[in-house]
Design a protein around this ligand. Sequence first.
Ligand SMILES: *Cc1c(COP(=O)(O)O)cnc(C)c1O
Length: 483
Amino acid sequence: MTKSGKKSAVTAAQQLLLKKLPGVDHILEIAKADQELKNIPQSVITASVRQVVDHLRAKILNHQDFLSEALTDTVILKQVKSVAKSAMTLNLTRTINATGVVVHTNLGRSRLAKSAIEHITTVSEGYSNLEYNLASGKRGLRYTIVEDIICEISGAEAAMVVNNNAAAVLLCLDTIAGNREVIVSRGELVEIGGSFRIPDVMAKSGAVLKEVGTTNRTHLFDYKQAINDQTGLLLKVHTSNYSIVGFTSDVGLEELVDLGEQHHLPVMEDLGSGTFIDFSKYGLSREPTVIESINTGADIITFSGDKLLGGPQAGIIVGAKSIIEKIRQNPLTRALRIDKLTLAALESTLRLYRDEEKAISAIPTLQMMTCPIDKIEKKATALAAMLNQTDDSRLTTHVIDSASKAGGGSLPLFELPSKCVGLRIKGMSAAIIEKTMRKNTPPIIGRIEDNMYLMDMRTIQTDELPEIANALLTCLKAAAADS
Ligand SMILES: *Cc1c(COP(=O)(O)O)cnc(C)c1O
């Protein structure tokens, strides 16, 4: 039964409880004197008190079993504090990534380098020359702030940045192809998480998708045969989050560029996760670099700022000056423009690439990607030791071999050997451990395998280990309360 239950249905026992239930004003009065609630806005306190009192009243009317001690001022105030505190907690919060997926889209993709964070702070604390040319004293373009550094480290003729790579692709298709046909291999009609699908983006841009080849095999003659007087662009999409294996064949960017030249057609590549680092040097599998793509002579290339690049969310467009010029003038550009905080972080991140060694050590994404296994193992042993200090016989910890992933639609088949710390608590299921860790402050996101809670150490920072140990204590307390 709900609140709408007939009055006559209220029993004598319920009436007694209702009488005992303190009024909102009374609780508000006590809340006023409470030190812990001192810094919480009155509106939040009032709403919290209402919520708690209403909830208790509903419970009484629903004949839910509960002790009348639940109606004392102290108990109610405690609940009010908990409700008010959770209302004051920011929704977007730092989270510990124990998944081992380095570029985890749901967990915010890339952690920023220190210099990028500092740059954001300086630029946002004061005014900046975002669109002001300090040399001429005239209006400047925000897009040019990172153009020189992008050209310097990539060898591109011109560059431009927008909100994200999806925006970059949309903008390029709209500018270059217009309403004409864009030829793409069927094996490259990718969908990436969060509903970015090449055919859909194409439709929005007004360009007409012309699929060629088959899912597993596309040849140069497929492109050739599809070219007609309606063709506006040849597009190559890096199949970043999957791999077609077995009987396969695709046309390389270089061959497409040749074909484009023969037919006076522009060639574009959506690289997805662009990187300036050749990961094969570090024992990882090869991911095409931005520089290699530029060297093919392709007219335009787009990639993300926050995937393997390790910077903020952004879409980077590099290529021919004449095309970049046209893109700048497209009215869509204004709607997709990058903001100043992103530009600050992006400029600082890109500058680190002037020295590859520096980039690897200062950009967290690169650091985690190339972290040697013995370092990861050391972290795992340190965490296990820290957890075992609790000296609780219900707890067992394990250091086990595992595999982490690059994520973010890069190196799809490649698994990075890693180490996990596994937890089992007697009397507590792995699912409950997972939930407790997830609800911790800060939340810890791990996974369950073989009924064991696992934390991959590749994506965990050393200074996060004490926080994880604290969360475990919360788990053990909860397990104790349960048993
Ligand atoms: C990730 C990706 C995109 C979208 O990039 P965002 O920066 O997330 O907008 C587009 N194309 C490919 C191939 C991708 O991998």
